[in-house]
Design a binder for this molecule. Structure first.
Ligand SMILES: Nc1ncnc2c1ncn2[C@@H]1O[C@H](COP(=O)(O)OP(=O)(O)OP(=O)(O)O)[C@@H](O)[C@H]1O
Ligand SMILES: [Mg+2]
Length: 223
């Protein structure tokens, strides 16, 4: 089992979208995956209520500081992967979830505002790790970036993070209508159709690369 949490204090940064892509690609490949919806707005609970998705994917909501650790532990015993979609605030419940994670992924868009929030999130992760005497692996990744080119601001922000020793995932999540389509149509990428969203093949390939890079990273972390 592995626990992967998606976190940034930046609202609308891409946590729920990227967590769902990762979880649903794995579930479509046959892995048992539990998503924990730790956002009080419960977007994943609402999505899963009538979404067309594989039986190997379950979503659990209603978590709080009193039960999040136990919920993660319990679901880790039952599933190969636990994917936690955190709310965008550095509170007790979020902190507990981070301490239970094997890997934390921080979505970042090429703006100074997002970069500041990602830096804040990294400091919070560092403190949470110290509080339990461990260093919790974390990676930043570009979420929702335009296809085909890297903007100057993305390059600048990227180099600042790298100079500070903060690692990026190699795979960026591209801005794709298919990713919004998952929620608009209540489906996974696998069962969306070409008449619903454009460039579905490209979206599937991008989500698959994103997922396989995370899996390789988890294997490396375990060594
Ligand atoms: N790669 C992408 N391509 C297209 N749209 C995207 C992508 N990533 C996110 N979005 C859209 O951006 C918006 C915010 O994304 P999302 O809800 O995943 O962010 P969040 O960090 O979970 O937000 P919150 O802080 O509210 O929990 C949504 O409308 C989502 O559909
Ligand atoms: Mg969200």
């Amino acid at each position: 089992m592995a626990v992967v949490s998606f976190m940034t204090t930046k609202g609308g940064g891409g946590k729920t979208t990227s967590a769902t892509l990762f979880a649903s690609v794995l579930a479509e490949q046959g892995a048992s995956v539990c998503m924990i919806d730790a956002d009080p707005n419960q977007p994943l609970v609402a999505w899963s209520a009538d979404a067309v998705c594989p039986e190997t994917l379950t979503v659990i909501g209603d978590v709080n500081e009193d039960n999040i650790i136990e919920t993660i532990e319990e679901q880790s015993e039952k599933n190969q992967f636990v994917v936690v979609d955190l709310e965008g605030s550095a509170n007790l419940s979020t902190g507990y979830a981070l301490t239970q994670s094997d890997l934390i992924l921080i979505p970042l868009q090429p703006s100074k505002l997002d970069a500041n929030e990602a830096a804040k999130t990294l400091k919070f992760i560092l403190r949470q790790g110290k509080s339990v005497g461990k260093s919790i692996p974390a990676r930043v990744f570009w979420a929702r970036v335009p296809a085909a080119y890297v903007t100057r601001s993305a390059r600048d922000i990227g180099s600042q993070f790298e100079e500070a020793g903060i690692n990026f995932l190699e795979t960026s999540l591209i801005h794709r209508d298919a990713y919004t389509g998952i929620f608009n149509y209540g489906r996974t990428l696998e069962n969306l159709t070409n008449d619903q969203v454009p460039s579905l093949d490209k979206a599937r390939a991008n989500a698959a690369s994103f997922t396989s890079e995370i899996i390789s990273l988890l294997k490396e972390i375990r060594k």
